[in-house]
Design a protein around this ligand. Structure first.
Ligand code: PMP
Length: 392
C-alpha cells in the first residue's frame, strides 16, 4: 500500500537550484545541429605533450587513486607556475590542492570555510556556479552589481553590502560572462576592505591567460598581506582545452588547505590520475610563448565575433579577457532574454545564453552571452549565420 509521506521529498533548496540555462541551450542547439556559442566547451586543439602524456600514463598503469591532494610532480609544477606567473609563493606539499576542475575547488573551499547563514559577496553579472554553490550550501549570496557595459565597481555599494555575517568576497578575473579584467587598483581597494572587515577572498582565475589588448592578470593573493586570506582557484580546462578531463587546482595558506583537501576528498577522492600526468607534462614542457599565442589566437576570435555582432545590429561589450561576449540584442524578437535566445537559435542556428542567467533580478533581459572558444571554422559559420540574420 502506498503511504503518504512528507519525508520522501526533495530538499528545500532543490527548487532554487535550476538546471543551468547554458546546458538547456546546448541541448536545444544539438537537437537542431546548430553552432553552440552557448557553452564554454573550448573545442580547440589540446597541446600534444598534454595528450601524449595522459595516454602514456594510462598505458603505464597510472589508473588508480592518487594522493588526495594530487601527484607530487603536478603540485610542484603548479607551485612553480604560481610563483612565475601569479607572483604567489606556496609550498607544493601543504598549500597546493589538485582538484576535479576549478568547480570542485570552489565547492570544497566553500564547504571548508563557510557555515549555513554566512553571507558571501559576489559581483554581478556572476558565473552561475558561484551563486548556486553558495545557495546549495545554505550560504547567502549578496550580489553587488557592476556598472552595465563599463563593468566598473561601485565601491560604495560593495562596502554597503558587507554585514557582520559577511565572510568572503568572490572575484573572477578575467570574468565570465562580461570579460572584465580587474585592475591592480581595484584589487587594492577590495584587499583593503577585506582586511578592514576580516574577509576571505575567493578568486576564480580560470581565464588567467585569456587577456586582450595588453591587459595584465593580477592575482589578489600576490598583493601585500593578502596571501593568508586568499584562496586562489584555477585550472587547466581552458588553458589546455581539456574541459572534460576535470583538472583544476587551488592554492591557499596551509591553515585552510588541509580542510579544503579533505572536503574535496569526500566528494571526488582525487582528480583523474592519467589526466594529472598529462597536465603536469603540459605545465612543465610548454614554453611561455604557448600562453602568449593563446591570448593572441583568442583575441582574433574575439574580434571576429564582435565584428559580426556589430554588423548584425547587436551591441557587444568588448571583453578584455576570458572568452565570452555580452551583447545587447534588443532587436531580436522576444519578451525575455530566454525567448530572444530561442528565437535567435531558430532563425540562425546559433545558440547563445540569456543574459538573465548572470544577474539576480530583472537585469540582463536585453543581453545574450556568446562564447568564442570555438574552432575558427565553426566561429566563421556562426558569424556568417549572424550576418545573414541582419537581412531578415
Ligand atoms: N569558473 C568559471 C568562471 C568558468 O567560466 C568555468 C567554466 N565555464 C569554470 C570555472 C569551470 O572550470 P572547471 O572546468 O575547471 O571546473
Amino acid at each position: 500500500m502506498r503511504t503518504v509521506t512528507e519525508k520522501l521529498r526533495l530538499s528545500e533548496i532543490s527548487p532554487r537550484i535550476m538546471q543551468s540555462e547554458i546546458r538547456s541551450m546546448t541541448v536545444e542547439c544539438d537537437r537542431i545541429g546548430g553552432v553552440n556559442l552557448a557553452q564554454g566547451v573550448c573545442d580547440t586543439e589540446v597541446p600534444s605533450p598534454v595528450v601524449e602524456n595522459a595516454i602514456k600514463a594510462i598505458h603505464d598503469g597510472h589508473n588508480i587513486y592518487t594522493r588526495m591532494d594530487g601527484l607530487t610532480p603536478l603540485r610542484e609544477a603548479i607551485a612553480r607556475k604560481m610563483a612565475h606567473y601569479n607572483g604567489i609563493h606556496v609550498d607544493p606539499d601543504s598549500e597546493v590542492l589538485v582538484t576535479s576542475g576549478a568547480t570542485a575547488g570552489l565547492y570544497a573551499a566553500c564547504l571548508a570555510l563557510f557555515d549555513p547563514g554566512d553571507e558571501v559577496i559576489l559581483f554581478e553579472p556572476f558565473y552561475g556556479y558561484h551563486l548556486n554553490t553558495l545557495l546549495s550550501l545554505r550560504v547567502q549570496p549578496r550580489a553587488v552589481p557592476l556598472a552595465m557595459h563599463t563593468w566598473e565597481i561601485d565601491f560604495d555599494a560593495l562596502s554597503a553590502a558587507i554585514t557582520p555575517r559577511t565572510r568572503a568576497i568572490i572575484v573572477n578575473s578575467p570574468s565570465n560572462p562580461c570579460g572584465k579584467v580587474f585592475s591592480r587598483a581595484e584589487f587594492e581597494k577590495i584587499a583593503a576592505l577585506s582586511e578592514e572587515h576580516d574577509l576571505f577572498i575567493l578568486t576564480d582565475e580560470i581565464y588567467e591567460y585569456f587577456l586582450f589588448d595588453g591587459t595584465e592578470h593580477i592575482s589578489p593573493a600576490s598583493l601585500p598581506g593578502m596571501a593568508e586570506r586568499t584562496i586562489t582557484i584555477s585550472g587547466l580546462s581552458k588553458t589546455f582545452s581539456i574541459t572534460g578531463w576535470r583538472i583544476g587546482y587551488l592554492t591557499a595558506d596551509k591553515r585552510w588547505l588541509g580542510s579544503i583537501a579533505y572536503f574535496h576528498d569526500l566528494a571526488y577522492v582525487c582528480a583523474p590520475s592519467p589526466f594529472q600526468y598529462g597536465s603536469a607534462a603540459g605545465l612543465i614542457e610548454l614554453p611561455d610563448s604557448f600562453y602568449k599565442q593563446l591570448a593572441t589566437d583568442y583575441q582574433a576570435k574575439r574580434d571576429m565575433l564582435c565584428a559580426a555582432l556589430q554588423d548584425c545590429g547587436f551591441t557587444p561589450s568588448i571583453p578584455q579577457g576570458a572568452y565570452y561576449v555580452l551583447a545587447n540584442v534588443s532587436a531580436v524578437p522576444g519578451a525575455t532574454a530566454r525567448e530572444k535566445a530561442r528565437n535567435l537559435l531558430a532563425q540562425t542556428g546559433v545558440a547563445a545564453v540569456a543574459g538573465t542567467a548572470f544577474f539576480s533580478e530583472e537585469r540582463g533581459e536585453d543581453l545574450l552571452r556568446f562564447c568564442f572558444a570555438k574552432r575558427d571554422e565553426d566561429l566563421q559559420r556562426a558569424c556568417d549565420a549572424l550576418r545573414s540574420y541582419r537581412g531578415k
